[in-house]
Design a protein. Structure first.
Length: 327
């Protein structure tokens, strides 16, 4: 019987795909408006075109997302993240006729907007969005479902509720530095939503996030993120997951949407794009860091996927010119 080699050791800087991806796409959560509600009300919002976050601090509201089967009841402490490609309605009851929300919001610059007759608030919410840098935006958006709903009653909710409460007080009291603190709390809130939702990643479309949530596939994903320059083989990655090469390759493709080595190739290109946008690393040094045998080999691969050479890409993104096509 053949003796299998020892599984490859975990490299220094054992990869954290969530942290790395949020860094690559420049994910930044910004709280934009607080809401207070009373009486009967219903607000219709257009598709925001970006990730939208809605956190309920007090009371209950209904959320109806276009394309979903039925409205969702939100309770105090619930947090939802919307993929941003669909209109939605927030209401005190699901059968009310909504009014357009944007004209009402644009009519005032107050940090909290009240909807309904004057009187004590029956529901209080905080809204915001997650800003993503191009061209890595597709990496995150393609991995998320249309709606992520973290309920206050779940075991993971206390951390999210604490962050929500602190962000609410920062916005309400408007102390010096309040917007800075609130936005950083919102960033942590978004990460908490992602962490919580990994437990339900079977609902995600194929992508890195769904693969990361799979206990069998995650070790291989972390190896590739932890040492992307290493010339990983299918056998090494399969052995790290205690699976045969065929079973591993089939499962990885089903969950991630691409074969393992294609994923590694794409990840290297994304790392290259990030470095070219943010740093002044020479092309030769970047090629070596990403495991390419030569500068020309890296330049050819990058040009094939990005439509321009690494140096032209760097110039284009820094000058604010035409954006290269996303990967």
């Amino acid at each position: 019987m053949d003796v299998l080699p020892a599984p490859p050791p975990r490299p220094p800087g054992w990869g954290d795909p969530i942290a790395e991806t949020l860094e690559l796409v420049g994910a930044r959560c910004v709280l934009t408006r607080g809401f207070t509600f009373s009486g009967a009300w219903s607000l219709a919002f257009p598709a925001p075109g970006r990730l939208k976050i809605h956190a309920l601090h007090e009371g209950t509201t209904w959320l109806a997302l276009d394309g979903t089967a039925k409205p969702v009841l939100l309770d105090a402490g619930d947090v939802v993240v919307l993929a941003g490609d669909r209109p939605y309605v927030l209401a005190s009851a699901p059968d009310l006729t909504p009014v357009e929300a944007l004209p009402l919001l644009k009519a005032t610059t107050e940090p909290f907007h009240h909807t309904g007759p004057p009187g004590p608030a029956e529901a209080v919410a905080i809204g915001g969005h997650i800003e993503l840098e191009a061209p890595g935006r597709d990496l995150l958006l393609a991995a998320l479902p249309p709606l992520m709903h973290v309920r206050a009653a779940t075991a993971e909710a206390p951390a999210a509720r604490w962050l929500l409460t602190q962000a609410f007080h920062e916005m309400r009291e408007d102390r010096p530095g309040a917007s800075f603190v609130a936005n950083h709390l919102a960033q942590l809130l978004f990460v908490q939503v992602l962490r919580t939702y990994l437990g339900e990643a079977h609902t995600f479309p194929p992508g890195w996030l769904r693969a990361l949530a799979d206990e069998q596939i995650a070790p291989a994903l972390r190896l590739m993120h932890g040492d992307p320059a290493r010339p990983w083989t299918l056998a090494e990655l399969a052995w790290a997951t205690a699976m045969s090469r065929t079973s591993f390759a089939d499962r990885f493709r089903t969950l991630a949407g691409v074969p393992p080595l294609t994923y590694l190739y794409n990840w290297r290109i994304r790392l290259a794009r990030h470095d070219l946008r943010k740093h002044d690393t020479s092309v030769a040094a970047l090629a070596a860091t990403l495991g390419y045998s030569s500068e020309s080999a890296f330049s050819n691969a990058f040009t094939r996927d990005s439509g321009m050479s690494p140096l032209h890409y760097r110039h284009a993104v820094r000058s604010g010119g035409a954006q290269p096509a996303p990967l």
